[in-house]
Write a protein that binds this ligand. Sequence first.
Ligand code: GDP
Ligand code: IMO
Ligand code: MG
Length: 437
Amino acid sequence: MTVTIVGAQLGDEGKGGVVDIFGDAADVVVRYQGGDNAGHTVVVGGEEYKLSLVPSGVIRGKTGVLGNGCVVNPETLFEEIDALRERGLDPDVRVARRAHVILPYHRVLDGIEEEAKADDDQEIGTTGRGIGPTYEDKVGRRGVRVGDLLDPDVLRDRLEYAVPQKRTLYEDVYGGDAGDEFDVDAIYERCREYGERISEENMAVNAGEYLADRVDAGEELMLEGAQGTSLDIDHGDYPFVTSSNPTAGYAATGTGLGPTVIGQGEVVGIVKAYLSRVGSGPMPTELDGDLAEYIRDEGGEYGTVTGRPRRVGWLDVPMLRHAARANGFTGLAINHLDVLAGLDELKVGHAYELDGEELLATPASTERWSECEPVFRSFDGWEEFDPQAVADGGYDALPAAAREYVEYLEDELDTPTYVLGVGPGREETVVRQDPFE
Ligand code: GDP
Ligand code: IMO
Ligand code: MG
């Protein structure tokens, strides 16, 4: 069976940790979209691993697959694999031949477009990893795929078509001074080296076939979404989104497994007990001042990839209703309950008010969303607790007010919680149901 892990909010909900918790039962862990814009954290016995591209399941020694829906920067991939090897792990990572490759000019173009937008305060605050420009080229049918790295003639042809266009764009539209990032020969040489290493390490797979074979053999698959539903290119708050589909439907398209395979499995929505955002865009429940600073510090809310301080806010329930519908969640993970401990009172944005009407889910227009006023509900705060004692004692060991908060969410989203996060570590969790069982 499959278990698909999806961010329910704006990324950084603790997906990596949940992949790790349930990863014991999985044989293969697959990323189906995004690239090294992700930053997934796994904490085991005080050791912290931060992964941008390699699926989090490799920490448990599972096979990690980057599906065809991903965009892969080979440099990051090899750096991560090498860093894990230095830490004594032996990651088994496969890459889809159909996945697209992030090339040096994609990063440059990502940066320069953000700079151009910044002149009118329209920048998205991307991670600068070249994600958007690479997906643009994929859809524009001028991309380079992982399979092309293994075939020098095809690689050369693809680069000779694409690179001069990019150089012209950079120089003539943006007035840049193009260097090796826009040079066919230089890129070709680098790509050939990447291709050789991919071949030597036997990493390239036809993902759909490879994964279907493993399902047929009775193995368990975990699909690791990156980013979150409100960053989805279709279902998020466009244009302040990433350029892929984190939502569960893409777990099929981005791996080559059929939607029926994914649909017969579980789809677990990962929720941070408050809200954080690391780029531009509306955030009706955003907090500022001392309270924001307190939550940011308690939650360590600084970007995993870029180190930027994250914006924080109260939980946005309309956003979660939208996510529950768009993904068809069968279960929830609610993380960071420990971060909110010690506050006298908590609020959640239960609904929005827009033009005198109450809305229960996010509107389709980002401009309208930014006009929404949250309708807050208050909850009693809960006292500080010992995460280990709660993890050992189970759900009933959580403070009563925290359970009330969790049960409110289960009711609103009509979805049971499978796991509650009370700290960053693998052991600091209350597992109520294992989706693989
Ligand atoms: P991801 O991108 O969804 O995998 O999440 P990130 O790794 O970017 O950010 C989540 C951060 O919160 C990481 O530093 C995690 O170790 C940490 N974390 C995850 N769950 C919990 C939790 O329940 N409590 C606390 N305090 N930290 C958590
Ligand atoms: P994980 O998987 C939080 C945000 C960026 C920016 C927007 C577009 O760790 O949850 P991009 O570089 O993708 O073109 O940036 O999306 N963003 C994330 N925010 N967590 C992430 O990943 C993110 N990946 C991208 O900050 O607002
Ligand atoms: Mg992250």
